[in-house]
Design a protein around this ligand. Structure first.
Ligand code: CTP
Ligand code: CA
Length: 226
């Protein structure tokens, strides 16, 4: 199928997509982040828009521009992303959390540049909120989709996350595989539902993966609505 062949099967649905990494400042010139490029999340936002959804993209710092017709809120830190998601949750029918949120941030951000000395430097880190876990507790009727980036024991780790975070679907990828995960144009994912049913997909472009995820989401909505 070409993208234009999809019917507008998400017409009338409001969807929040998070994408990209977060940056956690150490001082005015340094930060902690990860290798996320945002490509997967932006591809989902674009595909959802093409399929008729009203899309809000909440994005950490990336080099990408928002797809046509997609509303974007740019954030930097995990705390900012958390706030943006919570502030907009009320209106959403579907939340897809593809962002690679930093699990920790420096406990104290220095207002001035930290000077080097001859000693080791220890930076104390503190936990960021788990955005997905927090919305899982208050999700109501919403469809909640998470991602799991794993290096080992992919299926088990992903299943733990789907339960703990009260998700409907989790998209797991083994980031050690060639052609998967960060910086790759393609992805190799296993899509797992909350009953533990799973499907391992062949290597696909992130655009193709986006449409498969949305197919699953549409299925779940239709089932829910009977
Ligand atoms: N996530 C989130 N907020 C966080 C951390 C993760 O919302 N502070 C979301 C991610 O967007 C993703 C899912 O949780 O959809 C899983 O992220 P992942 O990093 O794979 O799992 P964690 O629960 O953070 O566990 P760990 O990193 O220890 O594997
Ligand atoms: Ca994590």
């Amino acid at each position: 199928l070409f993208k234009s062949d999809y019917s507008k099967d998400l017409e009338g649905r409001k969807i929040i997509v998070t994408a990209g990494p977060t940056q956690e400042p150490i001082d005015p010139v340094r930060y902690i982040t990860n290798h996320s490029t945002g490509k997967m999340g932006y591809a989902i936002a674009k595909a959802a828009k093409n399929r008729g959804a009203e899309v809000l993209l909440i994005s950490g710092p990336t080099n990408l521009s928002a797809p046509d017709g997609v509303k974007i809120i740019n954030v930097v830190t995990a705390n900012e992303m958390y706030e943006a998601v919570l502030n907009n949750l009320k209106d959403a029918d579907i939340v897809i959390k593809s962002a690679a949120v930093a699990d920790y941030r420096p406990k104290n951000k220095s207002d001035v540049k930290i000077k080097k000395s001859d000693d080791d430097l220890n930076i104390e880190l503190t936990r960021n909120p788990d955005i997905l876990y927090e919305i899982g507790k208050i999700k109501g009727n919403r469809i909640l989709v998470g991602f799991a980036a794993e290096t080992n024991d992919v299926l088990n780790n992903a299943l733990k996350k789907i339960k703990k975070k009260n998700l409907d679907l989790i998209v797991a990828n083994d980031i050690t595989q060639k052609g998967a995960g960060f910086k790759s144009e393609t992805n190799i994912v296993t899509i797992i539902d909350k009953n533990g049913n799973y499907k391992s997909l062949k290597k696909m472009t992130k655009e193709e993966v986006a449409d498969v995820i949305l197919d699953k989401v549409v299925d779940m909505i239709l089932k829910k609505e009977g």
